[in-house]
Design a protein around this ligand. Sequence first.
Ligand code: HEC
Length: 178
Amino acid sequence: MAQGNAALKARSRLLLTKKDDGRLAVVKAYSPALSMTGNIGNGRNVFQKNCSTCHQIGGKSGTAYGPDLGTIRNRRPESIMGDILNPNLSIADGFDIWSIEMHAGEAVQGLIATESPTALTIKNYGGQETVIARSNIKSLKALGMSVMPAGLENQISQQEMADLLLYLKQGKDETAAH
Ligand code: HEC
């Protein structure tokens, strides 16, 4: 019961975040970061601290929960920064959060990792997987929001953003190259 309430709270908080136009103001406030000189080594530290819990780069150094970031190096830095500071603006294919209600009353949220005609495998934050038989599912809906937290600017200064963008543009784990 208490768990259900917590999940509901987290959900309404995220829905509020989604509507928050303040995100655009944050992205705008960070535009100076785009012309700052970055440092790859520092960028790597920023990545390890704030991103590697959910992302890998080219299959290395991190947890594969969100999409692998090895392919984003061809994107413009302002577009990458937009994804970092405003995660709900666009959600990468296959990374929607689903809310699944069971006939037994329980509800589960997570990414759908794999599907078969008889079951779904849900991946929770941290990478833990749960198999749910379709026959136990009462309803299934996409919440239209990202698991990626909004508000990362509280942990990442503009200089650190410049460092991080340079590191991401490199598109590989630096330690593997040296
Ligand atoms: C709690 C897990 C989590 C953390 C922490 C996190 N992300 Fe994400 N990220 C995701 C998920 C899940 C997605 C896919 C959904 C989406 O597009 O919003 C995503 C999407 C992205 C995308 C868009 C990728 C694409 O293919 O469109 C970028 C870029 C990104 N993250 C960068 C970062 C960076 C840089 C950090 C650290 C500053 C970070 N993320 C921290 C979970 C996370």
